[in-house]
Design a protein around this ligand. Sequence first.
Ligand code: SME
Length: 187
Amino acid sequence: MSPQTAKKKSAKKKTVTTKATKKRRVVTSTNNVKPKLYASLVVQLLSLLKDEHDLVANAANFSALLFNSLPNVNWAGFYFLKGDELVLGPFQGNPACVRIPMGQGVCGVAAQQLETIIVPNVHEFPGHIACDVASNSEIVVPLFDGERLLGVLDLDSPLIGRFDDQDAEGLNELATVFVAHEEGLGL
Ligand code: SME
């Protein structure tokens, strides 16, 4: 089963009770902020994709949506599998390396292992390919058409530890929406 079809975990709402004042205060934690943001991005992505089936246009708008909506992201975009290497697709951020062989860099390893990879500190990832010196953490989500690998969605952040399981879940859901829409376009 691909990461995109993995069963969704329900977002847990944590409630913290404090006794800092005489009145009992209930403080709800913000750990559902990311799931809410990703749910809103699914709606926005569906709206962007509606009635449009040009792959480059849709991938460009998808990367712009991520880049401008997710905090602390300095690169967001695609590498598509062409032959036995990943080739740069539409993205937002600084110019990036164009071709990544399978198994190299975070993108190549995610593509080879067919798994989402979260790298809290890219400087500790053996073989990390540095495209932007500002990047300190990264997440790479493989794109699948069924069992077939289409490429990867890659996001970089200047913050150490920027990406977590909620990002992985949200980005996999967005990737599933995107690929389902592009189905049959020869990706
Ligand atoms: N850091 C990636 C290369 C792509 S850039 O981050 C845009 C990697 O190690 O595969």
